[in-house]
Design a protein around this ligand. Structure first.
Ligand code: FAD
Ligand code: UDP
Length: 370
C-alpha cells in the first residue's frame, strides 16, 4: 500500500514526492507516462554527447531565496544570465526592447532619458489594459508592437495578441537602459550537471518508487494507494466532461551542426520570418565545451503534447468548472502547470508544490506506520 500515488514526475510531482518521503516518511509511487523523469525540464545527451533540452530551453530564474535554497539541496549551479536577440528588419537586436534595440533599429543615438520621451510619443492611450496587445501598444506604440510582438504571438499561440490575456506579453518587460538580460530576477542559474541529474537526486529515496512509461490509467485501479497527487491536464482527469481545455503545443526540431557555434546568444527569436518562433543553442546555457553545437527549432502547433495553458477569459471560465469539481474530489490534490491551468515558470511550480506540502501537513496527520 502506497501512501501516495503521484501522477507526473515533473517539478510538481517530484518536489512533492521528495517532501512526503523525507519529511513525513510516507511511501510514494511516482509515475510518468513518458520514458523519463523531470517533465518538461528533462535534458539529455544527444548522439554527439551534447546536452540538450528535449522540450525546449529551460532557464531557471527566481526572486525567491526559499525556492532557490530548496533546489540547491539537489544540485550545484552554474551562473548564467539569459540573453535573447530578435531578428527584426534583417537585424538581430536585443529583446526585451531596450536602449540598444531602438538605437540600432532606427540608427539613432538616444540617451535613456530621450528614449522615455520617444516611447511616450508613440505609446497609445488604452483606458483599461486587458489584452496582450494593450500591454505593448500602451508602452512602446504600435510600430514596435508589430515588429516584435504581433507576428511572434500569432505564431506561438495561433491567436492575435488582442485575444490573449495581458499576462502573456507582460512577461517581457520594456527597458530604457542597456540591460539586455531576458530576466530581471535575483537568482539566475542553470543546474550545473543538468536538470535530469537534479531530479534524480531529488527522487532518490528508499520510500520513493519511480515508474516511467506508466500512465495513471494503467495503475489507478491496480496499485493500492491512499491518496493521489495529480499533475497532468485537469480536463483529462475528469474525462473532458465539460469539454477540452485548450493547451498550446510545440514541435521541437533538434539538430546538431558540425561547427563550434551557430549564433551569438542562447536564443534568437523570429517575430517576422519563418514558421518557427525561436532557435536555441544549448552550449550558451550549459557552458559545455564541444567541437559541434546543438540547436532546437520550436514550431508551435495546436496538436500534440500539452505545453502551454492558453490565458484567455473563456478558457479560465472552463478551467474554473474543472477546478470546482477538483475541490470536491476527496483524496486527490491537483498541482502543477497542467492541473492548475496556469502559465507558470519552474520556480512558481516549485513554490506551488511547497505550498501544497504545507497544506497537506496542516490537514493530514503523518501516517507512515499505519
Ligand atoms: P510538467 O513538467 O509538464 O510535468 C507533468 C508530467 O506529468 C509530464 O511529464 C507528463 O508526462 C506527466 N503526465 C501527465 N499526465 C499523465 C498521466 N495520465 N499519467 C502519467 N503521467 C502523466 N520555465 C522556466 O522557469 N524557465 C524557462 O526557461 C522555461 N522554459 C520553457 C520552455 C518551454 C518550451 C516550455 C513548454 C515550458 C517552459 N518553462 C520554463 C515552464 C516549465 O516547463 C514548467 O513550469 C514546469 O516544467 C512545470 O512542471 P509541472 O510538473 O507542472 O509539469
Ligand atoms: N513575445 C513576443 N515576441 C518575443 C518574445 C515574446 O511576442 O520576441 C510574446 C509571445 O506572446 C510569448 C510571450 O511574449 O508567448 C511570452 O514570452 P516568453 O519568452 O516568456 O515565452 P516562453 O518562454 O514561456 O515560451
Amino acid at each position: 500500500m502506497y501512501d501516495w500515488l503521484i501522477v507526473g514526475a515533473g517539478f510538481a510531482g517530484s518536489v512533492l514526492a521528495e517532501r512526503l518521503a523525507n519529511e513525513r516518511n510516507e511511501r510514494v509511487l511516482l509515475i510518468d507516462r513518458r520514458p523519463h523523469i523531470a517533465g518538461n525540464a528533462y535534458d539529455c545527451y544527444d548522439d554527439e554527447g551534447l546536452l540538450i533540452h528535449q522540450y525546449g530551453p529551460h532557464i531557471f530564474h527566481t526572486n525567491s531565496k526559499q525556492i532557490f535554497d530548496h533546489l540547491s539541496r539537489f544540485t550545484e549551479w552554474r551562473f548564467y544570465e539569459h540573453r535573447v536577440l530578435a531578428e527584426v528588419d534583417g537585424m538581430q537586436v536585443p529583446i526585451p526592447i531596450n536602449l540598444d534595440t531602438v538605437n540600432k533599429l532606427y540608427g539613432l543615438n538616444l540617451t535613456s532619458e530621450q528614449l522615455q520621451d520617444w516611447f511616450a510619443e508613440r505609446a497609445e492611450k488604452v483606458s483599461e489594459i486587458k489584452t496582450s496587445e494593450d500591454v505593448v501598444i500602451s508602452t512602446v506604440g504600435r510600430e514596435l508592437y508589430e515588429k516584435f510582438f504581433r507576428g511572434y504571438t500569432r505564431k506561438q499561440w495561433g491567436l492575435d495578441p488582442s485575444e490573449l490575456d495581458k499576462s502573456v506579453t507582460s512577461r517581457v518587460p520594456t527597458r530604457t537602459n542597456r540591460d539586455d538580460r531576458y530576466f530581471g530576477d535575483e537568482f539566475q542559474f542553470m543546474p550545473k550537471h543538468g536538470y535530469t541529474r537534479m531530479f534524480e537526486k531529488m527522487v532518490r529515496h528508499p520510500n520513493i518508487h519511480v515508474m516511467t512509461q506508466t500512465d495513471y490509467e494503467d495503475v489507478r485501479h491496480v496499485v493500492p494507494h491512499r491518496r493521489v497527487i495529480y499533475t497532468g491536464p485537469i480536463d483529462e482527469y475528469f474525462d473532458f466532461r465539460f469539454g477540452k481545455l485548450p493547451y498550446r503545443s510545440l514541435r521541437f526540431e533538434h539538430v546538431t551542426l558540425d561547427k563550434t557555434w551557430h549564433q551569438s546568444v542562447a536564443v534568437v527569436n523570429y517575430p517576422q520570418t519563418n514558421d518557427y518562433t525561436r532557435v536555441t543553442e544549448y552550449k550558451h546555457l550549459t557552458g559545455q565545451e564541444h567541437q559541434k553545437t546543438a540547436l532546437t527549432y520550436e514550431y508551435p502547433s495546436a496538436e500534440g503534447d500539452p505545453y502551454y495553458p492558453i490565458p484567455k477569459p473563456e478558457n479560465q471560465e472552463l478551467f474554473k468548472k474543472y477546478e470546482r469539481l477538483a475541490l470536491t474530489t476527496p483524496d486527490v490534490w491537483f498541482v502543477g502547470r497542467l492541473a492548475t491551468y496556469r502559465y507558470y515558470n519552474m520556480d512558481q511550480i516549485v513554490g506551488q508544490a511547497l505550498a501544497t506540502f504545507r497544506r497537506i501537513n496542516e490537514s493530514l496527520p503523518a501516517q507512515a506506520d499505519t
